[in-house]
Write a protein that binds this ligand. Structure first.
Ligand SMILES: [Fe+2]
Length: 300
């Protein structure tokens, strides 16, 4: 079979938070997501598109990553992914009808990504809201990417590209890989970095213009939200960024501008220098709190 499955996009990220009310307010008033109702177990749905959800918050004992949802291009791609992951021993499991209904998704399966222990979820269909996302706080264009740190970077990089159908856009040898979920055009929907532990590093939302980044910078200061890096400009993707902390000190990023790759004939990945210039053209550096919190929730 092999990797004959195609992604549509990074669909959603599910986070555990220690105070759902507080985090719900933060993700609406600081980040700018629209609330989209309540789910099972005290969970809350949020969106920045017509999708039923692009973020789910679950109550938990620590801030962390509960799972990452990937939307596949079609039912055929969903089945092909399920088949391939089963063939290579990942034991993907379909959700039962009740769980799918609670998530307002079509057929959905999950598996444990073996390098990070993170739960990866796959679906092709998700219920669509008719009223558009309000864009009233921030003109979020999309949930952009998730970055994880991994202890076994080299193994993970190989696995993501050879088994999960991600393509490297740029990389820092032995340290970092920016990956697109093929054939989605964006420079990275997922990135992994060498770390001392398997952990969530940050969750990114792409915004529509530079004013969204500038306004967020002022809003964070007014709301006493810690800014941990930026505003600045990333060389790898040429994007203007701002990173700040959510109430559990998980790192959230806004960025504006990102290279898009054609499906056929994309440029070769660039090998980048592991220097601070790799991180910010403007000379800034992340604070020690950047990417420091965010346990990866593992399933028993
Ligand atoms: Fe990022």
């Amino acid at each position: 079979m092999g990797m004959d499955f195609r992604y549509r996009k990074l669909g959603y990220v599910a986070l555990t938070v220690t105070d759902v009310e507080k985090s719900a307010a933060f993700y609406q008033d600081m980040v700018g997501l629209d609330a989209a109702g309540e789910g099972p177990g005290g969970s809350r749905f949020f969106r920045c598109s017509n999708d039923h959800h692009n973020v789910i918050l679950y109550p938990g004992t620590a801030g962390g990553l509960k799972r990452i949802g990937w939307q596949m291009e079609s039912d055929a791609s969903l089945d092909a992914a399920f088949g391939h992951f089963g063939d290579i021993g990942l034991k993907p499991q379909w959700l039962d009808a009740g769980e799918q209904q609670a998530l307002k998704q079509g057929r959905t399966f999950r598996m444990t990504e073996p390098n990070t222990g993170a739960t990866f979820e796959y679906y092709a269909d998700i219920s669509q809201f008719i009223p558009p996302y309000s864009r009233k706080v921030t003109k979020i264009a999309r949930l952009g990417h998730v970055v994880l740190t991994v202890k076994e970077f080299a193994k993970a990089r190989q696995f993501f590209t050879e088994q999960l159908n991600y393509r490297i856009s740029d990389y820092i040898p032995g340290a970092f890989a920016f990956m697109r979920c093929f054939p989605n055009p964006f420079h990275h929907s997922l990135a992994i970095g060498q770390g001392t532990e398997d952990r969530l590093n940050h969750v990114n939302f792409m915004v529509t213009d530079i004013d969204d980044v500038g306004r967020a910078n002022i809003r964070a200061q007014k709301m006493q939200v810690p800014i941990v890096f930026g505003p600045g400009r990333h060389p790898p993707s040429d994007s203007i960024f701002l990173y700040y902390l959510d109430p559990d000190e998980m790192t959230v990023e806004f960025s504006f501008g990102m290279e898009e790759f054609p499906e056929v004939g994309p440029r070769a990945p660039r090998m980048l220098e592991p220097s601070l210039e790799t991180l910010d053209y403007w000379g800034g550096a992340p604070s020690p709190r950047f990417g420091a919190k965010g346990v990866i929730e593992t399933v028993g």
